[in-house]
Design a protein around this ligand. Structure first.
Ligand code: ADP
Ligand code: MG
Length: 729
């Protein structure tokens, strides 16, 4: 029988030039938002007073009345049917990490045999999906077992098109019968409300016209592409999203030729197709380029309001997979599909923008704006300093563990890079000199150093920092490529909101005591600069020296997920989330449990795949080749040749024996370790056992398999090799 790997390689090459590389010339402007029930379409499809009411409800985050919902449901249905949708679904983001949908048909047979349309306010506003199979951290075991999805009017409905037809998707939150959130979106919306309130209150020190602050987010998404046929011949990629075996090809990323290289034509065709599909769904994809590793790429939309940016990123990930199949590719969103080349992240570019159109993180042109900028800038730094462990927890996952602290950036140590200009300005503001100048100068503003125009080139040099200031936004780079950004962004907005509330309390206290407002602000800003110094680091985040220095600065360096997650259930965190109304104690505990469960289950799957592939594919292939060598040696012996004539063969026979024996033994030992871990009841202990006892077998087995890969007949090797997976032509 033909080796499945060779069959895959054969198929892969056949696909190479089959694909259409024709660039879709349709102008972006014509297709943008084509499949979205956008504000402008609402205006067209709704009676004017209804539209006005809806718009203000969305802008102000007010609840939408039943009557209004009925109008909207009618309008949405009309638009969807006109555009060929046959089904509708509530689209939500359960804690599984992907999105979920349950489709219902718009039409239902009537008793007299005709069909009636079935979509009204009830169907729009609330649904009850069969939720028993979504993670709930015990919430639904003790309470009523139902879960509800509820419409989020702040994110527009859209039509998702697949080969099987068109479906109207309605973005929703997912909550339990008793109101506990079971998804990513509900807490995010609460965190957005918290940061809005806290930032607005502080912004009013500077400008009374500010009545709303929106968090904005631009997400850069890194990914790998691999040929679909080759992917299908790798059970490890199929089941875990990463290669669990395989030695690095002779050429990896060492020549650094991919990053600036031309995008292969076949990949470009995929990107163009993806961009067109994304534009139709209102996702403003702007940039595309190669990344550092071979077959690694990046795409990034223009930044948007944070809730929409996150929905769009979730949708984009679905689209990427869907469009890839058309081009006989598989998209790998895993943080580390291949050991030995760079992993993938999802850079979260975050800023705060007021209703008056001012970016609070953009250094101002006037001295007064400078103080406002400094206030928000320094409060963010202080928030990250105070709650670095929460931020670390927010990006923890079994897959991101391969990037964080695994000698590849960004490190598990949370630190902030500001760039030398801003670093110096903070030093100056902190120094006594400024205080004197400010006191001496009746006009406070002139005492504050002017922030020069920042050039992006000057600010974006340090790629080793997990959290960097890049001109007019902070960029959280440690987020994993497969993550839902909602979690890290919930945490970031929550900690900055808490910090701003505390800031306002301190400033108000000083004002009450008679200090002038501006001086009070500056006093607290200066104190914060001093207090949060340890989190600022301008050097190489990947270096060993930094790890040591961070230790002396008292910064945490938590390398594994189960331990990083501990902070979620610390009393301070429970209180922080409860005070802001983002997570109740029960919700925090439930999430902690879900994340731990997800962690060990993923390792459990990896362990099983390794066991299966080693025993049923790799060992048998090695034995077949070894038998061939044995035949060869016997034959040479029969010919009367002496031992020197076949000493290399004997050596190979021995080496194959050694490594095959080892991998089979290790696989069995790993199975025993897994069985033992499975008996542990405490979920944290179980996750730690998987991490510390089961997982170390993975690398040991990989090491021995890779030795075999190098000496066994290439034609007999059962898995596509990394050199085949990594290079797209
Ligand atoms: P780089 O690779 O240099 O970090 P990119 O241009 O690939 O930069 O991505 C930058 C991302 O940051 C884009 O999504 C962009 O829209 C977004 N962005 C720019 N300004 C802001 C801002 N004020 N707030 C949030 N995101 C922003
Ligand atoms: Mg970036």
């Amino acid at each position: 029988m033909l080796n499945s790997r060779l069959a895959a390689v054969e198929t892969a090459s056949k696909h190479m030039f089959n694909e259409t590389t024709e660039v879709n010339a349709e102008r972006a402007i014509h297709i943008f938002n084509k499949n979205v029930f956008s504000i402008s379409k609402m205006r067209d499809y709704l009676p004017k007073p209804t539209f006005v009411e809806l718009k203000s409800a969305i802008d102000e985050g007010r609840q939408i009345s039943r009557e209004l919902a009925d109008f909207i449901a009618q309008a949405m249905k009309t638009w969807a049917l006109e555009n060929g949708a046959t089904h509708y679904t509530h689209w939500f983001q359960p804690l599984t990490g992907s999105t979920a949908e349950k489709h219902d048909a718009f039409f239902e047979p009537d008793s007299d045999g005709s069909a009636i349309e079935k979509f009204n306010a009830d169907a729009l506003v609330q649904q009850e999906p069969d939720a028993s199979s979504f993670p709930n951290g015990g919430i639904r075991n003790t309470f009523e077992a139902r879960g509800y999805t509820a419409w989020d009017p702040s994110s527009p409905a859209f039509i998702f098109e697949t080969g099987a037809g068109k479906t109207l998707c309605i973005p929703t939150v997912f909550v339990s019968y008793t109101g506990e959130s079971l998804d990513y979106k509900a807490p995010l919306l609460k965190a957005i409300a918290s940061i809005d309130k806290a930032a607005t209150d502080v912004a009013q020190y500077f400008d009374k016209a500010v009545t709303k602050v929106n968090a904005s987010l631009g997400i850069e998404q890194e990914y790998f592409l691999v040929d679909l046929a080759l992917y299908n011949a790798r059970p490890d990629l199929q089941l875990t999203g990463r290669t669990l075996f395989g030695h690095m090809s002779a050429k990896g990323q060492q020549l650094e030729d991919h990053y600036f290289g031309a995008i292969p034509e076949r990949v470009l065709a995929y990107m163009v197709d993806l961009e067109n599909e994304a534009l139709k769904l209102g996702i403003p994809l702007k940039t595309r380029h190669n990344e550092v590793a071979p077959s690694q790429f990046e795409c990034a939309p223009m930044f948007e309001e944070i809730n929409l940016a996150i929905d769009h990123n979730q949708l984009l990930m679905n689209l990427m997979e869907q469009v890839a199949i058309r081009h006989s590719f598989k998209v790998l969103l895993h943080e580390k599909p291949y050991s030995g080349v760079n992993g993938s992240g999802k850079h979260n570019n975050w800023s705060l923008i007021t209703n008056t159109g001012v970016n609070l993180l953009s250094p101002g042109k006037t001295p007064k704006n400078n103080l406002m900028f400094l206030t928000f800038f320094v409060n963010t730094i202080k928030a990250v300093f105070e709650h670095a462990d929460l931020l670390r927890a927010s990006i923890a996952s079994h897959s991101n563990d391969h990037r964080l602290g695994a000698n590849e950036a960004p490190p598990a140590i949370i630190s902030i890079f500001l760039g030398s200009q801003l670093d110096e300005i903070l030093e100056e503001v902190e120094s006594a000199r400024v205080a004197k100048k400010v006191k001496a100068d009746a006009n406070l503003w002139h005492g504050i150093p002017k922030i020069p125009d920042l050039k992006l080139d000057n600010t974006d040099r340090n790629r080793t920092s997990p959290f960097a200031f890049t001109g007019n936004k902070f960029e959280f780079r440690a987020v994993g490529s497969s993550a839902n950004s909602a979690l890290p962004m919930t945490i970031l907005n929550a900690i900055v909101a808490t910090q701003l509330i505390e800031f306002k309390n301190e400033v108000d206290k000083q004002i009450k005591k008679g200090t002038k407002k501006d001086l009070a602000i500056l006093n607290v800003v200066r104190k914060y600069i001093k207090d949060s110094k340890a989190i600022r680091f301008e050097g190489n985040g990947y270096s060993e020296e930094w790890e040591i220095e961070a230790g002396t600065r008292g910064l945490s360096n938590i390398k594994s997920t189960p331990k990083a997650l501990d902070v979620y259930v610390k009393p301070e965190s429970l209180e922080l989330f409860e005070t802001l109304g983002i997570f109740s104690r029960r919700e925090s505990e439930a999430r902690h449990e879900i994340l731990l469960e997800n962690f060990f289950k993923k390792l459990q799957i990896e362990a099983r795949v390794i066991g299966d592939v080693v025993t049923s594919q790799i060992a048998p292939a090695c034995i077949v080749y070894q038998n061939q060598l044995i035949e060869n040696v016997k034959g040479l012996k029969d010919l009367g040749l002496n031992k020197e004539a076949y000493s290399s063969q004997l050596n190979y026979i021995e080496r194959i024996s050694k490594h095959v024996n080892l991998i089979l033994e290790l696989a069995e030992e790993m199975r025993q370790a897994r069985k033992k871990a499975n008996t542990i009841d405490d979920i944290r202990e179980k996750a730690i056992a998987y991490d510390e006892v089961v997982k170390p077998f993975f690398d040991e087995i990989r090491y021995n398999v890779n030795k075999l890969e190098k000496i066994v007949d290439d034609a007999k090797w059962p898995l596509p090799k990394l050199r085949e997976l990594l290079f797209i032509h």
